[in-house]
Design a binder for this molecule. Structure first.
Ligand SMILES: [Zn+2]
Length: 318
């Protein structure tokens, strides 16, 4: 993780340098978008490692009170003003039920609603943008932000049950994006490549969403479809790769799938599909070697009984 921290400190310096140059704003906006997405991803990686984030970030965009002028502008605004700010709050270790945290979360939600209304205005006069890959990526990242900011922390893992419809819509979007990107790369490489061809991207599109659904959505059809998309379309986006996410998702799903059925009668608690007690509530990672990572999975029931949970070792394949 030391390398990641050094790389991100360097990125923060670039970010400051880029922001002092007001010319070539489109290129700078693209760089700020990527830096903000990387920062958002790394915060989640540090969180599961139980490490504090050793840098502070301040992504500054030019003030804009009017409408969006392009989908790109809307995208940068969403990633910097909503997603990154939300992740800074949610991965900071703050007790989210305190008045201070609730006020910050309300600020994020306010920014999210403002952003949504500006996007609506933009799309009303730019109908040709609807249905494009860029628009679908934006809708998917919007849904990701919405879920992240709307989950009720007092309900723990059961909170995700309220977003089954969102998860289904997000999967449809992810599926369309992946099919579109695959068609695009097939046409461009003219090699007739199969969907299983691995794909690298610096930009965040579907990986975090598929991981979110694979891990936290307990409705079995939707969950399995998320894992299936990761199997069909192996890709790495920034710091996140679908192959490790898939291995982890399969292990976690395997644990939860049989937990309720194999438990003594009367030992389950409330909750559809997988009861609250048998849901994995803690995921913690630690590096084992350059090639391997150990991941702890602990259910709410194990936590209540003072049990550590189970460690699994995975290859750091992406
Ligand atoms: Zn159970």
């Amino acid at each position: 993780m030391a390398h990641v921290a050094s790389a991100m400190v360097l990125c923060q310096q670039w970010n400051r340098d880029f922001q002092t140059h007001s010319h070539a704003s489109e290129a700078i906006a693209s760089v700020i978008l990527l830096l903000a997405q990387l920062d958002s991803q790394v915060r989640q990686i540090f969180l599961v490692q139980g490490l504090p984030v050793p840098w502070t970030t301040q992504f500054i965009l030019p003030p804009s009170e009017g409408c969006f002028m392009s989908l790109d502008e809307a995208h940068v605004s969403l990633e910097v003003k909503v997603n990154n700010n939300a992740l800074k709050l949610l991965t900071s270790g703050i007790d989210i039920s305190t008045p201070e945290a609730l006020a910050k979360k309300e600020d994020c939600l306010h920014e999210f609603r403002r952003w949504n209304s500006k996007l609506k205005t933009y799309l009303a006069v730019s109908p040709h943008e609807r249905g494009t890959i860029a628009a679908n990526v934006l809708y998917l990242r919007r849904s990701y932000a919405k879920v992240m900011l709307s989950l009720d922390p007092t309900k723990g893992e059961l909170a995700h049950d309220e977003f089954i419809e969102d998860y289904a819509q997000m999967l449809d979007l992810a599926s369309r994006i992946l099919e579109g990107l695959n068609d695009y790369s097939t046409v461009n490489s003219d090699s007739g490549s199969k969907p299983t061809k691995r794909h690298f991207s610096v930009e965040s599109t579907v990986t975090e969403t598929l991981f979110l659904i694979g891990v936290h959505c307990r409705e079995p059809t939707i969950r399995e479809r998320a894992l299936e998309l990761m199997r069909l379309y192996p890709r790495r986006e920034g710091m996140c790769g679908t192959m490790l996410a898939l291995s982890l998702g399969e292990t976690l799903t395997g644990l939860e799938r049989t937990a309720c059925q194999t438990s003594p009668p009367g030992s389950c608690s409330e909750g559809p599909w997988v009861c609250a007690d048998h849901r994995v509530t803690k995921i913690q990672c630690k590096d084992v070697s350059y090639q391997k990572v150990a991941i702890l999975l602990r259910t709410a029931g194990e936590q209540r009984r003072g049990s550590e949970g189970k460690w699994f070792t995975f290859h750091k394949t992406w």
